[in-house]
Design a protein around this ligand. Structure first.
Ligand code: FAD
Length: 321
């Protein structure tokens, strides 16, 4: 049965309430960890700063999660959320700002309150990398976007640009092509980094064209919205401009780990370092999914990590007895 606790209940419980496991982040990794830990009869709270689903909420279509067929990201989020609560795990709002290690127990600190718990599972994922160029911040929400599924509909029948050459860039470009007049994918190299099947679909799509060996140097507009992009050729240095109604940026991700910087569990780029049991160097603190230093960041890998961490949490708590 679903056990969703209100923000008020979360606040009232505060640090007096000792959990077995607190999962930070309700993406696929965190929700799976909660499912496995609660199924092992542990008392579990999932703290999420936004809506459950994580990056899946910003994904138009998922077609590589076995058993789900072709499914939208929000639909898969909903299904995982329901399953994650089936064995009693609670979900609550919480923006975690710090985690303290006190040996046998940890304190999870949010903007509002704090909780004591035996185990912490970090599942805070990753967020989009920015281009860091003039105009990007100024026109964010006015033609600059990082989420085709959220904003695509505002750009119907307009010429759009996608920046990037990986899976997310090309898949979201294909999604945008259904709404847009045309989609130009701008990539700094001369070949895509995405899976061949995805690339093939983009190459066969009449609405999609490519600009190779180009980087966006500046996003220009008329103070209301984006109008043109200033481009630079990475081989010749030649500068050109391109008119567009909107630019969607998919150039990779960075870890969300500010809250854990005091724990000494991060690598030089901020990813959490774990072993194959998802253990960090601090006993009782685990990490799963995109936030980990790993070779593949997908829903399937986050789910796999979550199941391991959920069961390892159980073994760790048994060892404390
Ligand atoms: P996330 O999904 O990133 O979830 C982390 C959660 O933690 C978020 O909800 C966040 O709000 C929360 N959080 C962060 N910090 C805090 C904090 N301090 N306190 C509380 N909560 C916090 N993968 C596929 O397998 N197939 C695809 O087709 C696919 N398409 C994609 C398309 C796009 C556009 C994007 C962006 C990603 C796509 N991915 C796809 C990748 C996939 O979505 C991620 O690998 C996966 O969601 C990672 O799961 P996660 O649980 O590790 O983290």
């Amino acid at each position: 049965m679903s056990k969703v606790i209100s923000r008020q209940q979360v606040l009232e419980r505060g640090s007096k309430y000792m959990y077995d496991v607190i999962v930070i982040g309700a993406g696929p990794g965190g929700m799976t960890a909660a499912l496995y830990a609660s199924r092992a009869d542990l008392k579990v709270l999932v703290l999420e700063r936004g809506i459950y689903g994580g990056q899946m909420q910003n994904t138009a279509e998922v077609e590589n999660f076995p058993g789900a067929g072709l499914i939208t990201g929000p639909e898969l989020s909903e299904k995982m959320y329901q399953d994650s609560t089936n064995f009693g795990a609670e979900h609550g709002y919480g923006y975690v700002t710090n985690v303290e290690d006190h040996g046998d127990y940890k304190t999870v600190i949010t903007e509002d309150t704090s909780y004591d718990t035996k185990v912490v599972i970090i599942a805070t994922g990753a967020e989009h990398r920015k281009l860091d160029i003039p105009g990007e911040e100024e026109y964010a929400g006015r033609g600059v976007s990082y989420c085709a599924v959220c904003d695509g509909a505002f750009f119907r029948n307009q010429p759009l640009v996608v920046v990037g050459g990986g899976d997310s860039a090309v898949e979201e470009g294909i999604y945008l092509s259904q709404l847009a007049e045309s989609v130009t994918i701008i990539h700094r190299r001369d070949e895509l980094r995405c899976q061949k099947v995805v690339a093939g679909r983009a190459f066969n799509n009449e609405k999609i064209n490519f600009l190779w060996n180009k980087v966006v140097e500046e996003i220009e507009g008329d103070d209301q919205k984006v109008r043109t992009l200033k481009l630079k050729d990475t081989k010749t240095g030649e500068i050109s401009t391109l008119e567009t109604g909107g630019v969607f940026i998919y150039i990779g991700v960075i870890p969300i780990t500010e809250a854990f910087s005091s724990l000494d569990i991060l690598d030089g780029e901020g990813w959490v370092v774990t072993n194959e049991k998802m253990e960090t160097s601090v006993p009782g603190i685990y990490a799963v999914g995109d936030v980990r230093q790993t070779v593949l960041r997908q829903i399937t890998t986050a789910v796999g990590d979550g199941s391991i961490a959920g069961l390892e949490a159980y073994k760790y708590i048994e060892s404390l007895k």
